[in-house]
Design a protein around this ligand. Sequence first.
Ligand code: GLY
Length: 370
Amino acid sequence: MIRSVAVGLGERSYEVVIGPGLLDQAGERIAPFARRRRVAIVTDETVWGLHGAQLTASLEAAGLACPVIALPPGEQTKSFEWLAELSDRLLALALDRGDLVVAFGGGVVGDLAGFAAAVYKRGIDFVQIPTTLLAQVDSSVGGKTAIDTPRGKNLVGAFHQPRLVLADLDVLATLPERQMRAGYAEVVKYGLLGDFDFFQWLEANAPAVLAREPQALAHAVARSVEMKAEIVAEDETEQGRRALLNLGHTFGHALEAETGFGEALLHGESVAAGQALAFRFSAAQGLCTTQDAHRAEAAIRAAGLPTSMADTRAQPYAVERLLEHMAQDKKAEGGALTFILARGLGQAFVARNVDVNAVREFLKAEGAET
Ligand code: GLY
């Protein structure tokens, strides 16, 4: 079954189409947006090797020319250097307004290609075809695009909404187990931040989702996208409620920074541990019950994801270094720490002016070293 979720943003509204078999339908679904019947596919070599022929066949069958730019896989392409390289290759193709960029890959490809589309000739349309669970439920929806700089991740970017998102669930069949679990951290996030019923459904159905059982996977992706679409439609540029999508990210980002933003700790894994920490911190602050914190933690652990700092690294983290990362995080405003905390399961809220000393004591209690 194919489901469609609308992201309601006035004249920039678009559909996120979720279901099996969508790569085969990509041509007919994308053709209405390609006025000059030409799309430039931006992808990575791994994704291209696995699924490129299928996408090309579909686009060509719909009469679309589709030159390909396949980049090396990995976070290093989210850089000024690769943005320059990609822009140059798009220019060499004489891509113009009326043509389309198709971002075909995980979060890295989506963020880089989306940002290139945002700035190329002052903005060109693009379509997202996300190929990881994380990209399908989070990064491909909502128009955040960015590259990293040596000072931090996603620090240079733009809001640029895609014209269409095609989330083909069949593509997830080739996703490595670890990547699947890392993406699941963002799925459980939606339950924890705002939908207790969905959280309960995930408690019962996590094994089916992770095993990619079609019905369960479709529901998990569709409900996640529905929640994201609803939040983005209300607060596109993160003036308020969109920040809820950062549940687990402030703690998680600090752990990720300390482990080098790489294979040692994947983004989704850091967000998993971050969410468990955010719930335990909420409980320590008397905002939610210890029982709720344990239940959040159990649901994350049941998916084979880390729930503590010790789960993410044998060597203890240093409290002050973690606090430094939290202060540098782009979510920190005017020196005060902003966290997404919870009053219960499915009841997250934006907590501004969080007391740094309370965080310091909490991190020590969690095993970080002074
Ligand atoms: N990934 C968080 C957001 O899109 O706002």
